[in-house]
Write a protein that binds this ligand. Structure first.
Ligand SMILES: [Zn+2]
Length: 61
């Protein structure tokens, strides 16, 4: 087995997963009235003022 090739492949896959991670972990808040909001740290909707819900579900609060 070609060890350097295996190590290189693992590093490539790891870095690729790291780069693509934000695409799979959608932590953007969602307004019940307006839908998904672009501001990922917003608490209230900038359009209608409703409290935003987190779509990820990983938030302990
Ligand atoms: Zn809204």
């Amino acid at each position: 087995m070609n060890a350097p090739l295996v190590v290189g492949t693992i590093m490539a896959v790891g870095s690729l997963a790291y780069v693509l991670q934000p695409l799979f972990v959608d932590d953007h808040p969602v307004c019940p009235a307006c839908g998904r909001r672009p501001e990922d740290d917003a608490v209230y909707c900038s359009s209608c003022g409703r409290r935003l819900e987190r779509g990820g579900g990983g938030d302990p609060e």
